[in-house]
Ligand binder design. Structure first.
Ligand code: HEC
Length: 118
């Protein structure tokens, strides 16, 4: 095998290892550069919150987090930022199922700090 083939195989192995990352982490990485609601904050909320915080009458969560306005209001006027940053396992941590990765939390904080880009 010549060295060119070895390089091609090495590149393929590197590319292959990326696709093994969790899909949700990749989406969060996309978010790190943009912090725009429709680009990725929406996805983070949909993956972690709306299973409980939806507008159906049987929703476990006390309010829906389905639209830009609802998420912005919970972050700006409610406890969203406090709840997502509690220690993992603490009473009241959101999502209730376990704290999100720091990448996702930071993405939401950056979105807030940069003025809730829609
Ligand atoms: C497994 C269901 C579930 C998931 C997933 C979930 N929540 Fe909740 N959430 C609840 C319930 C039930 C309550 C009401 C009890 C309480 O306040 O802890 C609540 C309360 C809250 C509150 C407090 C409201 C207040 O009165 O101050 C906030 C803010 C919140 N959730 C945000 C989120 C966010 C943001 C996510 C995703 C990152 C999320 N939740 C994911 C079930 C959930």
């Amino acid at each position: 095998m010549n060295s060119k083939n070895i390089i091609i195989i090495a590149v393929l192995m590197i590319l292959g290892s990326c696709t093994n990352d969790k899909q949700s982490d990749l989406e969060a990485i996309v978010c790190v550069d943009t912090f725009i609601y429709s680009d990725c904050i929406k996805t983070i909320i949909e993956e972690n919150c709306t299973i409980c915080h939806h507008s159906g009458s049987n929703a476990p969560g006390p309010f829906p987090l389905e639209t830009y306005d609802q998420v912005r209001d919970a972050a700006e006027n409610g406890n969203l930022l406090v709840r997502i940053q509690l220690p993992d396992g603490a009473n009241g941590i959101m999502p209730q199922t376990g704290k999100m990765t720091q990448t996702k939390i930071d993405a939401i904080l950056n979105w807030v700090n940069e003025g809730f880009l829609e």
